[in-house]
Design a protein around this ligand. Structure first.
Ligand code: GDD
Ligand code: MN
Length: 371
């Protein structure tokens, strides 16, 4: 078996960092078989030329792309040039300490298909980050965990420092936008075991960060594109269709109960309609919650319908609770919009329904059918 570790390092104007990087890598990896692949996007500061000049001393390949830009796509392009079975991705600017690389290799030796150098586990961190930057980073991770359930087993799916076996991406079509190549691999790749190893993302001493607002927008686009490609968007549509069927069950059952089963219609106050009519409504609501639950369990979330009968009833209970709160949210928002803000009710209520539906979907996706 080929034991070479291929280290892919995308560069864009990193001239002042790569010599130190290569020296520290070579020191940290003495005794290991490895190769370094620089993927440079036509830097203007001589990064590629410097990398080529280091080839005499170190096992380095240099790939120069003339008309493309982008960190994640640079990694994808490099994949066709690696000769190792284990592939590491890291930054060139020394924010990813080369001394952590042996720990990543260890993760694979311990049976992991993917090893992540993680800032958000015990022992990891970010040096010199402001409160705001921390919050943005945490928010981005939360969004990924929320919308892309397969990332939930990784505490730091935004890390740009990781290892994976070549098989993980074999026969897959990677199409990442922006910076988050690990996110793409976690969602599209094929793997069983992930191990995270802590590291501290240190301050950049030389050169400049290329992370800008555009990259943050790219991140949102990337999440959306992954939702589409992995069926998570379709799941949401299914949930809405099931919700629509619930409205029919709810209304239809009320009609049957009050017209054919002896319950008094709600508007028939003289003959006890308040109690009997409301009872018919309550039965209809709960029945529609149960039919919605069954359809979601065996259709929308069929892939996560795990566990025995206890889990099944546990989920039914969760679903009931979340939908109940969803109903209260709808009432609260509808009241706020109409009574407090004076918005026309036929506009306010659809807005309230949309927000309550989002609540129901996200919370049930997160909790009831947790991954
Ligand atoms: N080839 C290529 N093309 N390389 C690029 C490009 C590009 O368009 N843009 C950036 N790079 C390289 C940089 O030269 C550096 O080696 C690495 O990608 C990371 O870029 P930085 O600009 O230093 O990004 P950062 O430090 O803000 O972001 C890093 O931290 C994030 C976590 O906060 C990256 O590691 C991200 O992947 C990581 O998610
Ligand atoms: Mn950086």
């Amino acid at each position: 078996m080929n034991k070479t570790t291929s280290i892919i390092i995308p560069t864009f104007n990193e001239h002042d960092n790569i010599k130190t990087l290569v020296q520290r890598l070579s020191k940290a990896l003495s005794g290991y078989e490895y190769e370094i692949l620089f993927v440079d996007d036509n830097s203007s500061d001589g990064t590629a030329e410097l990398a080529e000049s280091l080839q005499t001393e170190y096992p380095i390949k240099v790939i120069v792309r003339r008309d493309k830009r982008g960190l994640a796509s640079a990694v994808v392009d490099a994949l066709s040039h690696v000769s190792g079975n284990n592939i590491i991705v890291m930054d060139a600017d020394l924010q990813h300490p080369p001394e952590v690389v042996p720990n990543l290799i260890k993760a694979v030796e311990q049976g992991a298909d993917i090893g992540v150098a993680s800032r958000y586990i015990e022992g990891g961190g970010c040096q010199g980050w402001s409160f705001t930057r921390r919050m943005i980073s945490r928010g981005a991770i939360f969004l990924a965990h929320l919308l892309l359930p397969a990332t939930r087993k990784v505490n730091d799916p935004m890390s740009g420092f990781f290892i994976f076996k070549k098989n993980v991406v074999k026969d897959t079509h990677l199409n990442p936008a922006g910076f988050k190549i690990l996110l793409e691999i976690l969602m599209i790749g094929k793997f069983q075991k992930v191990i995270e190893t802590p590291f501290t993302f240190v301050i950049r001493e030389k050169g400049e960060s290329k992370l800008n607002t555009r990259q943050q927008i790219n991140y949102l686009k990337h999440i959306y594109s992954l939702m589409q490609r992995t069926g998570e968007f379709l799941r949401f549509i299914k949930f809405i269709l099931v919700g629509g069927s619930g409205v029919l069950v709810n209304y239809g059952l009320y009609w049957i109960l009050t017209r054919f089963a002896g319950f008094t219609p709600l508007d028939d106050a003289s003959s006890g309609g308040i109690i009997s009519g409301n009872l018919a409504m309550a039965i209809s609501i709960e029945t529609s919650i149960i039919t919605n639950f069954l359809l979601n369990n065996f259709f929308t979330f069929a892939d996560r319908n795990t566990g025995g009968i206890f889990r099944f009833f546990g989920r039914l209970l969760n679903f009931n609770l979340i939908c109940l709160i969803g109903g209260l949210i709808q009432i609260g928002i509808a009241n706020l919009l109409t009574i407090t803000l004076g918005i026309y009710d036929l506009i306010a209520i659809p807005i309230a329904i949309i927000i309550a539906t989002l609540w129901n979907y996200l919370l049930n996706n997160w909790w009831t059918w947790r991954h």
